[in-house]
Design a protein around this ligand. Structure first.
Ligand code: KG4
Ligand code: ZN
Length: 332
């Protein structure tokens, strides 16, 4: 008889339908992700109504595909974990209802998982990387958070953004530079070819741990309006330099005030080569361990949700499907 050694994770909070099987140690047995890139590209952003419909079509075939990897042996599934928020409500409902229906049919417990908790567990996929206590910087499309972590479940939020997130700012600046969608990766690549010759503002850099990025974004817009012929790679490089300066300054400040053995940087923007380099530099300076998710687990995926579900299982948490409002990382 096989043991129930796997969690089935389901992630449908935004524009990727993802399903995974992950063991307690973070080994990814299977992960399938269906991207909605082609559906939203023409709108220049995620169209929520179309996202929900695409999740509806993709979710059950994706579950079936993942189950094939274990020959359909559902006795190996210990629990089902599903993103319950933050995210687009129609998209979340598709995932949550699918998880609850499967749980009912198979007699398995179902846990609603905070999406941000998924991201913060992503560096421990495939092998354990995080050493506690740790400083966490979460930079995704929806969120920017600086936190101190005593363990994966004991988290103090030090600061968040007052307006746009880092990923959102990358995407908006990429749109101003006609780089298409999703803009973050394209902007990151263009910036690597330019020179940071323009001095954009570094909002709130001198104060505490809160972030603000909308002023920086507007300042890029003003420059492009005033001087349409300006070298785009230089603008991209100068914008990225301003972001990295703000993020690096706040992280260094937090490392000076909070004990940490490692620096954990997660969320889609953690796929940026320039952010990864910044993390390496800070960690070398501070003599601590850099903990980044492997590239494929930096952006949204169900493997990180499945791994975070083990924390809920081990904690004996109750199934809770209330949707989580944004910035609710400290809450389960
Ligand atoms: O974590 P994520 O996949 O979704 C959310 O939870 O929001 O993050 C998506 C964000 C987008 O803003 C995207 O442009 C950005 O991550 N991103 C990047 C890179 N890859 C994804 N930004 C900069 N460089 C990249 N290589
Ligand atoms: Zn995410």
């Amino acid at each position: 008889m096989s043991t129930a050694d796997l969690v089935l994770g389901i992630e449908t909070s935004c524009d990727d339908t993802s399903v995974a099987l992950v063991d307690r140690g973070g080994r990814v047995i299977a992960c399938e992700t269906v991207s909605q890139f082609d559906i939203h590209a023409e709108f220049g952003g995620v169209f929520p109504e179309l996202a929900s419909r695409a999740h509806l079509e993709a979710v059950l075939p994706t579950v079936s595909k993942v189950l094939k990897v274990v020959d359909g042996d559902i006795s190996r599934i210990r629990a089902i974990g599903v993103t319950r928020g933050p995210g687009l409500i129609g998209s979340l409902i598709v995932g949550v209802n699918t998880a609850q229906a499967l749980g009912l049919a198979w007699g398995k417990p179902v846990f609603g998982v905070n999406h941000l908790r998924g991201h913060l567990r992503s560096p421990d996929l495939e092998e354990k990387r995080i050493t506690y206590p740790a400083l966490l910087l979460l930079v995704s499309g929806g969120h920017t958070l600086l936190c101190h972590m005593l363990s994966a479940t004991e988290i103090t939020v030090l600061g968040t953004t007052r307006d746009d997130s880092v990923g959102e700012t990358y995407d908006k600046v990429a749109r101003m530079l006609d780089l298409g969608m999703p803009g973050g990766p394209a902007l990151d690549r263009l910036a690597a070819t330019g020179r940071a010759v323009h001095r954009f503002p570094r909002p709130m850099i001198r104060e505490g741990y809160e972030f603000s990025f909308s002023g920086l974004k507007s300042s890029v817009a003003r420059m492009l309006e005033k001087d349409p012929g300006v070298d785009r790679a230089d603008v991209a490089a100068s914008f990225v330099a301003a972001c990295l300066d703000v993020l690096g300054t706040k992280v260094r400040r937090a490392l000076g005030e909070h004990a940490a053995k490692s620096l954990v940087v997660v969320g889609g923007v953690a796929a940026s080569q320039q952010i990864r380099q910044l993390v390496e530099d800070i960690c070398t300076e501070a003599g601590i361990i850099p903990c980044l998710p492997p590239l494929r687990w930096a952006t949204d995926n169900a493997a990180m949700i499945a791994l975070a579900t083990w924390d809920y299982v081990d904690r004996g948490a109750e199934a809770d499907m209330r949707t989580v409002p944004s910035m609710a990382l400290a809450a389960w």
